[in-house]
Design a protein around this ligand. Structure first.
Ligand SMILES: N[C@@H](CCC(=O)N[C@@H](CS)C(=O)NCC(=O)O)C(=O)O
Length: 215
């Protein structure tokens, strides 16, 4: 049995897939693919025609789209169940995953994190209007997630679920920007959730090593 994850070292979606594999205790190999490169290998495009990362190959079975990967990993392997079985908790879990993909990724990661943290570290040009727009959009996203989160330690109940796995890396990047951290701190439930989750060994073990900011 082989499990191979194709991903990019700085990719937040690859981080989500790695986190799911670590939570399940699945051993896997990592193949680095830069989705922004002009020279993506044809062999990777055969797996992922949209040239995004990550993609997972389990023996002869290939799957892309992170939420499909994490659900597959949860269902195909032993380890703790990462999807609630109670219908309303499961609906909340799927809802959070969809909110993250549809409304959170772009402002939190591609606008705020990218233009406040990642691009400056690489000495790439930054656009403050992207940060401003990202923070405005993030305000609504965090309010929606705050309203969706349950009262327990985790987003959908007393156990970690794929909702936590999907959101944590996005928040992990977002709070590296001081403006992101202070916005998160205005949301009591999400702040408590993040305080506990940010020290989770699997999250720390899978956290990307970012380029260092220039002095
Ligand atoms: N819907 C995809 C999104 C994956 C995605 O956007 N990955 C980013 C890296 S975090 C990527 O490949 N970006 C390349 C690009 O935007 O061209 C999924 O859920 O896997």
């Amino acid at each position: 049995m082989t499990v191979a994850l194709h991903g990019y070292r700085y990719s937040v979606y690859s981080w989500i897939a790695r986190l799911a594999l670590h939570e399940k205790g699945v051993t896997y190999t990592w193949t680095e693919v830069d989705p922004f490169s002009e020279n993506t290998p044809a062999s990777y495009l055969a797996i992922h025609p949209f040239k995004r990362v990550p993609a997972l190959v389990h023996d002869a079975f290939a799957v892309y789209e992170t939420s499909a990967i994490t659900r597959y990993v949860d269902e195909a392997f032993d380890g703790p169940k990462l999807q609630p079985t109670e219908p309303r908790e499961r609906a909340r879990c799927n809802q959070v995953i969809s909110i993250v993909d549809s409304y959170a990724y772009w402002p939190l990661v591609r606008q705020v994190f990218s233009h406040k943290v990642f691009r400056p570290a690489l000495r790439r040009p930054v656009d403050e209007s992207e940060v401003k727009q990202g923070l405005e959009a993030a305000t609504k996203v965090l309010a929606a997630l705050e309203a969706t989160a349950g009262q327990g330690q985790y987003l959908t109940g007393k156990d970690l679920s794929l909702a936590d796995v999907h959101l944590a890396p996005m928040i992990g990047y977002f709070v590296l920007a001081p403006e992101g951290l202070s916005l998160l701190q205005k949301h009591i439930r999400l702040s408590h959730w993040w305080s506990a989750l940010s020290n989770r060994p699997t999250l720390l073990a899978t956290m990307p090593q970012l380029p260092q900011a220039p002095p």
